[in-house]
Design a protein. Structure first.
Length: 519
């Protein structure tokens, strides 16, 4: 079954001028990089944090058992036996002596000396403030993200909560950037992103302005996991498990970027370094030239391991993949010519994006069924409410007759009495069937509806796949036959436009807008 709308045909015909050329052998972002294993010795288990040291070639490595340092000459030693380590940051000379390291662990914040050993730091009272997940340093300000919120310091010793308007919720990430008006701070609290402008106060940095940022994506995937400031071509980038939120300039609205990541991969950190973008995921290291992609796997074990840590300096990039640290450098010698690979035609969005746009247009995404399931699961806790109103009205009439004999006369007397009473009664009752909390009967209906939606989704995606790849075959054939007769080329161009119109029909015109670069 092929469905082509009139409006989609008009939009598809306009795409004739943008038909793609044949696939080329242009080197991808993963080409030209050499991965060299850093001989870190038996420093620990899975690498969780990396920080290049002030000395050239030195590297601090955080793992489950603490912090170790590897020098450029291969010398290695352990500085701190506390863990597990979540993040590392070398303090600038204005806040510490050269080489002092700030270590974020699940058991506290530690200030480690270059010679080894450290002293604990408590940003605030309580165990939550000692559960530190991220450290950021910029503009003479240090910020830490803890289970008890975000805390800032101007000297690395005295800490404070920056503003009463900032919630004391669990902080997952924090990023700092020097600003002419002070220090700009982005903090991830729960599933929300907050922006603060810090200025120097009497007792340290304080927030002059606090506001929550409205992101176009992310709540359904668990919220932001990382924030990158000053990325080339943008002002700020928020990393989510399967998407990015980008702010092109200060004060602008955030726009979503939905990259095509490997199936099941969840982003953990993003680092711009040496002219490329490096994305750490739980399914391997990915490399791209732009946030939109295409994202390619790094060669070797780093492209298949759980990558939690990224860091860079002038000498190269450091990757913590599993229990191994890799130094990535640009290759001096040219690689063999790359074989042509199947690529998306020029200007056409990847098939993953077309599928997402189709499901969003038809309302077949997982959000609807997930909402039904959550609603049924909560329905057992909702009471049955009964409101009863009653009105009673009584009327009584009494007659009393008497006779009296007075002085020879008989006198009759009649007494009458009327009584009226009105009563109003109101009752409000709540009742629960606690059995529905464990299993609600309507869960069967939801499961039946979910199966029908899955069948419909499979049929729709199968149709979209056929249209998409048939168009790619037509475009490839048109590019391979530049000397074909004019009538044959016109036939192929019309067929490509017809298929583009079909994709526009399924996506509500999104396919043509995406090809034209419209938002």
């Amino acid at each position: 079954m092929h469905c082509f709308g009139r409006q989609g045909a008009i939009l598809g015909a306009a795409a004739l001028l943008g038909l793609a050329a044949a696939p080329t052998s242009v080197a991808g972002p993963a080409e030209g990089w050499a991965f060299q294993r850093v001989e870190a010795g038996a420093l620990g288990e899975a690498v969780a944090a990396l920080a290049p040291g002030p000395a050239p070639g030195s590297l601090a490595i955080g793992d489950a058992r603490g912090v170790g340092v590897v020098a450029d000459d291969g010398e290695r030693r352990r500085l701190l036996h506390r863990g597990p380590v979540r993040d590392l940051a070398f303090l600038p000379p204005g806040l510490a002596v050269a080489g002092e390291l700030l270590v974020a662990t699940a058991d506290g914040l530690w200030r480690v000396r270059p010679t080894g050993g450290g002293s604990p730091i408590s940003p605030a009272p309580g165990s939550a403030a000692r559960d530190v997940s991220r450290v950021a340093v910029a503009g003479g300000v240090v910020a830490v993200a803890t289970a008890g919120g975000v805390f800032v310091s101007g000297d690395g010793v005295h800490w404070r909560h920056p503003s009463p308007r900032l919630p004391r919720a669990e902080a997952r990430s924090v990023a700092l950037r020097a600003d002419p008006r002070g220090t700009e701070c982005f903090a991830v609290l729960g599933t929300h992103l907050w922006r603060l402008l810090l200025e120097e106060g009497v007792d340290g940095p304080v927030a002059r302005s606090v506001g929550r940022e409205q992101l176009p994506v992310g709540r359904e995937s668990g919220g932001p996991v990382d924030v990158v400031l000053g990325l080339s071509g943008s002002d700020a980038v928020v990393v989510l498990a399967d998407a990015f939120a980008v702010r092109d300039r200060p004060g602008a609205a955030w726009r979503p970027v939905l990259p095509a990541l490997p199936p099941g991969a969840r982003a953990q950190r993003l680092l711009p370094a040496h002219g490329r973008l490096w994305l750490a995921t739980d399914r391997g290291l990915l490399i791209a030239d732009a946030l939109e992609g295409p994202w390619e796997r790094a060669p070797g074990p780093a492209g298949r391991s759980d990558v939690r840590a990224l860091a860079s300096d002038a000498s190269g990039l450091y990757v913590g993949a599993g229990d191994t640290v890799w130094r990535v450098r640009a290759e001096a010698s040219p690689r063999l010519p790359r074989q042509p690979v199947l690529r998306t035609p020029e200007g056409d969005p990847p098939i993953e994006h077309v599928r997402r746009a189709t499901l969003a247009q038809l309302g077949l995404g997982p959000e609807g069924m997930n909402g039904l399931r959550r609603g049924v699961a909560r329905r057992g806790w909702l009471p049955i409410v009964a409101l009863r109103l009653a009105r009673n009205r009584d009327r009584d009439t009494l007659h009393d007759r008497d006779e009296a004999f007075v002085s020879g006369d008989v006198r009759r007397t009649v007494d009458r009495e009327r009584r009226t009473a009105r009563d109003f009664e109101t009752s409000l009752t709540f009742s629960w069937d606690l059995g529905d909390v464990l299993y609600h009967p309507e869960q069967i209906d939801v499961s039946r509806e979910a199966r029908e939606v899955i069948k419909l989704r499979d049929d729709v995606l199968d149709e979209v796949n056929q249209l998409y790849f048939e168009r790619r075959r037509v475009v490839a054939e048109l590019a391979d036959r530049p000397d074909a007769p004019a009538a044959e080329r016109l036939r192929l161009q019309l067929r490509a436009a017809e298929l583009a119109a079909g994709l526009d029909s399924w996506t509500g015109g999104w396919f043509s807008r995406a090809r034209a670069g419209a938002p």
